[in-house]
Design a protein around this ligand. Structure first.
Ligand code: FMN
Length: 185
């Protein structure tokens, strides 16, 4: 059994949902899992207390959650023997378009380069449009962003693009990686 941390930054809760699903997959494999929002985490997100760390963030206006950026820069920077993974949610990963996919990958590259962090696994997932949760201005902004991304500008309902099978496969793959690594030690 490994002590695993899943720490995430979220705007409207989709990354929290993904983090929870990842946590369920890890817990089903009998690991001791802590899933925490970076805003509430404080010292509970100290990587030293865990065997492995997964970090997740959504993209808002081309940037990761600020507290997550700070966290990876201060807590995960540099070489580490501890296995780690990063997952990202965006609309850019919600469409089958090479340019958009490259954009999503670039967001990750920029974050990792700035933090000098080298996670063992990276997951890029489609996010969601929660028009029902946005205020007037955010709904307008998201309609514009969505028009160029998924094309879903019907604000009378929400749109979800997360592939839950992909999320579960990502979590299982990372769990397997951690288990093999700990067996070898
Ligand atoms: C204000 C806002 C700005 C966003 N900007 C981008 C963006 O620049 N690129 C992108 O691919 N997705 C963008 N998105 C889509 C989010 O990444 C997607 O909605 C994701 O599911 C949000 O997850 P969260 O609820 O955990 O924050 C944006 C969403 C919001 C609400």
């Amino acid at each position: 059994m490994a002590r695993l941390l899943v720490v995430y930054g979220t705007g409207e809760g989709q990354t929290a949902r993904v983090a929870a699903r990842i946590g369920d997959v890890l817990a089903d494999r009998a690991h001791d899992v802590t899933v925490t929002d970076i805003e509430d985490a404080g010292s509970a997100a100290d990587p030293e207390e865990f065997d492995a760390v997964l970090v997740g963030s959504s993209i808002h206006v081309g940037a990761h959650h600020e507290a997550i950026r700070e966290y990876v820069e201060t807590s995960l920077s540099g070489a580490s023997a501890r296995p780690s993974a990063f997952f990202q949610l965006s609309l850019s990963s919600a469409v089958d378009d090479a340019e958009r996919r490259a954009e999503a990958a670039r967001y990750v590259d920029d974050l990792l380069e700035a933090a000098d962090w080298h996670p063992d696994r990276i997951g890029l997932f489609g996010g969601a449009l929660r028009y029902s949760k946005y205020g007037f201005l955010k709904r307008l902004l998201m309609k514009r962003i969505a028009k160029n991304a998924t094309g879903d500008i019907d604000t009378s309902r929400d749109h979800e693009y997360t592939d839950w099978d992909e999320v579960e496969a990502f979590a299982a793959d990372f769990a397997g990686f951690v288990e093999r690594r700990l067996d070898d030690e």
